[in-house]
Design a protein around this ligand. Structure first.
Ligand code: AGP
Length: 616
């Protein structure tokens, strides 16, 4: 939920810290701050409410020198977004500074104990309790800072990725991790970078070490990287090479990351499919299925666990797997699943879907499923993310960093992987008709150029359409079958970036209440693409028209029925009905984007939201 970054080495830390914070702002942007130790041994700490740009303004004229520092951009969990609750936090003596991403669940108890020992607190955050607990242990036990961190973390219940610097020790950053993401970048001699997300420090190194749960990293400019646990047992240093281009991180000339990512989808689908569908035979090969073939063949049930857009993708996955593999599927909100004491058995397969791979509820659901003996398969985007590493196997969607808070290319990447997964399993089980297998695998392979054409033809049309609906107060999205989840996703896109209330419904459900909402002020987006329920959807449109509702219909090219009833029509290429969600999603993403832009919204960083919800 927050972003942390740190640097120690020969360079000036401030530019590296600030650029890292800008790249991490998608994780939260309520407030930001930095702490550095300068050459004179002064520990300077600056922080303020607002975005990183406010912090940069705040730093004008201040001593920002030093080649060791930590920095933080916040999404508030404990304590309102303000200057005092911003990170970093000083300890009471101001000898130690700490940044923290996560939640200390037992911080109240710890705080009471520290108050009894005479501590007072400036902020209402759990993080300030942690830095004072570390200082209290260090001073009362006369131990080293590392020992104090180890002892303090043994008392902590919750999630954290923390980094600590101490005034008297300008040669060392101490970092620790439990459930919140943290990666160490290995630089030159005596040079280390630290971040919540490798993409924010990728320009400095390709060599990364992912800090595991319960691990403490010691970044010392005079020694190799050390990783120990709370009992001081040495951990393995597993260096992974990551190649990400800076261009991938920049907007590439688009006004917003979200628009760039919408237009990237033809390319990201190519990346997602690469090496998984044979270009000539169209055979689907997913290593995660091949390596665990028996598991998938004997699966009695598949349960998707996810949140938000990933949950919508999972609803589409349900259609794909039940249709192509004939395996019963359930789709669960991870936040509900983890607290419901679900009935799981070893021949269940749980599929965790998460773009960030860090969503706390989904990670917890994965851990619960594994404890129950289920086989857990991950569909993630961020390589090496917590969920990816917590699962038994998985398939990355390979769509590159998704910076816009509203998920677009990750959604179509998830659905693409699910389609390939269903094809691979259905084929292995011998329940999938060979011609349908070929139609869908070849259909997936040709989707990228169809999406390219769709974007060039439809983008201007949708931009015009958005002008008509910019001031609507409510929207209904509706679809049937595999496009009911597509409608849900279209509605989520609109509400999360334009702040217009929007709901998705199964089209047939309108008669059971929602149609009471229909009037001239309530636009309805209807997905009416060819499938066995198309005529039923056409009737639903008439029912809405009869009550004065305005209809925006998404239809297939050549449609000859719905187009005459709808007030506005958006045409998409004709593809197999099971591939339609990928195609239909693009105009719905563009509609939400342009309405939000027309309303002057912060499209990439909508209010109250963050890209990765790593708290419950
Ligand atoms: C989607 O546009 C939202 N950003 C949000 O619903 C997101 O899908 C959800 O928080 C799940 O995130 P994840 O895929 O990283 O787990």
């Amino acid at each position: 939920m927050c972003g942390i970054v740190g640097y120690i080495g020969p360079k000036e830390a401030m530019p590296i810290l600030l650029k890292g914070l800008h790249r991490l702002e998608y994780r939260g942007y309520d407030s930001a701050g930095v702490a550095l130790i300068n050459q004179q041994g002064t520990l300077n700490l600056y922080k303020c409410k607002g975005k990183v740009s406010e912090l940069e303004h705040f730093l004008t004229g201040k001593d920002g020198s030093g080649n060791i520092g930590i920095a933080h951009t916040r999404w508030a969990t404990h304590g309102v977004p303000n200057d005092v609750n911003a990170h970093p936090h000083y300890s009471a003596s101001e000898q130690i500074a700490l940044i923290h991403n996560g939640i200390i669940e037992n911080y109240s108890l710890l705080k009471e104990a520290l108050i009894e020992h005479g501590y007072t607190f400036r902020s209402s955050t759990d993080s300030e309790v942690l830095v004072n607990l570390i200082e209290y242990i260090r001073t009362t036990n006369g131990c080293t800072l590392i020992e104090a961190v180890q002892q303090a973390l043994k008392q902590v219940v919750g999630a954290y990725a923390i980094a600590i610097i101490e005034r008297n020790n300008p040669d060392r950053i101490i970092a620790a991790r439990q459930s919140s993401p943290m990666v160490i970048g290995i630089g030159g001699e005596g040079e280390f970078f630290l971040s919540s997300d490798a993409a924010s420090i990728i320009e400095y190194t390709e060599d990364f070490v992912y800090v595991g749960d319960g691990e403490i990293a010691i970044l010392d400019r005079h020694a190799p990287l050390r990783i120990v646990n709370h009992d001081n047992h040495e951990g393995r240093i597993d260096i992974r090479k990551l190649q990400l281009s800076i261009a991938q991180l920049e907007k590439g000339g688009y006004p917003h990351f979200m628009l760039k990512e919408i237009f990237e989808q033809p390319k990201t689908l190519v990346d997602c499919i690469r090496g998984r569908i044979h270009p000539e035979t169209f055979e689907v090969k997913l290593s995660g299925v091949i390596d665990h073939r028996e598991r998938f063949l004997s699966a009695r049930r598949i349960i998707f666990v996810a949140c938000g857009t990933s949950w919508h993708a999972s609803l589409i996955g349900e259609h794909l797997i039940e249709t192509l593999c004939r395996i019963p599927v359930e789709v669960e909100y991870a936040s509900e699943f983890r607290y419901r004491n679900p009935i799981l058995s070893p021949d269940d397969i749980v599929i965790a879907v998460s773009q960030s791979g860090e969503t706390a509820d989904t990670l917890a659901a994965v851990e619960l499923a594994r404890k129950a003996g289920a086989f857990v398969f991950g569909i993630c985007n961020v390589v090496g993310s917590s969920i990816a590493r917590a699962t038994d196997s998985g398939a990355y969607i390979h769509v590159g960093p998704e910076i816009g808070v509203a998920s677009t290319k990750a959604f179509t990447g998830q659905v693409t992987v699910m389609t390939m997964l269903a094809l691979a399993i259905g084929r292995e089980k011998g329940v999938l008709d060979a011609s349908l297998y070929r139609t869908l695998s070849q259909g997936l392979s040709t989707l990228p150029e169809q999406l390219e054409q769709l974007l060039s033809e439809v983008a201007p049309r949708v931009e015009e359409l958005a002008k008509i609906f910019t001031y609507a107060h409510n929207f209904i999205y509706m679809g049937r079958g595999v496009n009911y989840p597509t409608a849900l996703e279209g509605a989520l896109k609109l509400k999360e970036i334009s702040y217009i209330h929007a709901e998705g419904y199964p089209a047939a459900e309108m008669k059971h209440g929602p149609i009471a909402l229909i009037d001239a002020e309530m636009p309805t987006v209807v997905i009416a693409t060819p499938d066995h329920t198309y005529e039923k959807t056409a009737s639903n449109i008439e029912e809405i028209k009869a009550r004065g509702g305005k209809i925006v219909a998404v239809v297939a090219q050549g449609d000859s029925l719905v187009r005459h009833s709808a007030d506005y029509v958006v045409e998409v290429p004709v593809v197999h009905e099971l591939l339609m969600p990928i195609v239909v999603s693009l105009p719905l993403q563009l509609l939400a984007y342009h309405i939000a832009v027309n309303k002057g919204r912060n499209v990439d960083q909508p209010r109250n939201l963050a890209k990765s919800v790593t708290v419950e």
